[in-house]
Ligand binder design. Structure first.
Ligand SMILES: [Zn+2]
Length: 160
């Protein structure tokens, strides 16, 4: 029974990898690092997630997408639990996720330990000579920067 559960939990992780972030569809929710645990309680599946930040409207969409994905695949009884502590940080984003972000044209977050006053690197030309245009980019989770070399504006995924 325990072995069987492990196989199901493996399959659940594979399904979760197919759930995209609603704001940045190139990233899966696993790339974001918000899925903390997957548990089985008899027939019930419990998915434990930590929101990227409290009040992010994308989180409701993510919960619904997880539920739909699992129901589509025959898991009828799905419980989504949000835990707020420890708080999500951009350090939980996978390396692969950061590479996907950069290819998508968004400067990936730096490790939160680094000095916060240095500007992000331009995702277009990799120049470090960039300037902040606005604290809020296309969504509240991002800031809008412009590259001083190629002049392209770009979103920066803020550290928090
Ligand atoms: Zn540039």
């Amino acid at each position: 029974m325990v072995v069987e559960n492990n196989i199901i939990i493996e399959a659940l992780w594979v399904l979760l990898e197919q759930v995209p972030d609603p704001e940045i569809p190139v990233l899966s929710i696993l790339d974001l690092g918000i899925v903390r645990d997957v548990q089985m309680h008899g027939e019930q599946i419990e998915i434990i997630i930590t929101p990227t930040y409290s009040g992010c409207p994308a989180m409701d969409a993510i919960s619904m997408d997880i539920r739909l994905k699992l129901i589509e695949n025959g898991f009828k009884d799905v419980k989504i639990t949000s835990i707020l502590s420890p708080a999500w940080t951009t350090d939980w984003m996978t390396q692969e996720g950061k590479i996907k972000l950069k290819k998508y044209g968004i400067a990936p977050p730096k490790m939160s330990g680094n000095s916060s006053d240095s500007s992000p690197v331009c995702p277009q030309c990799s120049s470090a000579d960039t300037k902040l245009l606005s604290q809020f980019g296309s969504t509240a989770c991002k800031a809008l920067y412009q590259c001083n070399d190629c002049k392209e504006p770009f979103d920066y995924f803020k550290c928090h």
